[in-house]
Design a protein around this ligand. Structure first.
Ligand SMILES: [Zn+2]
Length: 82
């Protein structure tokens, strides 16, 4: 049995914005309006600095460019996955 360590980088219940200014479009789920969505600051597979958001309520996933205008990135923007 593997030892479980409690060193998760994002404590449960802490869904505040990543460091830096808020990224447009990531305040709530764009599909159902759920505010308690998971936000992960990372690059898209195509290399764009972005925030990946995942909704625990409707399971909608989306990417928003860090310097974007609140519109979710398209599949073409994101690039090939996998
Ligand atoms: Zn949702």
């Amino acid at each position: 049995m593997a030892a479980r360590r409690s060193d998760d980088p994002e404590p449960l219940g802490s869904f505040s914005q990543p460091a830096g200014p808020p990224v447009p479009g990531t305040a709530v789920c764009l599909s159902c309006g759920e505010p308690r969505i998971t936000r992960i600051r990372m690059r898209t597979p195509s290399g764009i600095p972005a925030v990946f958001v995942s909704c625990p309520r409707c399971e909608k996933n989306a990417w928003f460019a860090v310097d974007g205008d609140g519109e979710p990135l398209t599949a073409a923007d994101i690039g090939p996955v996998g």
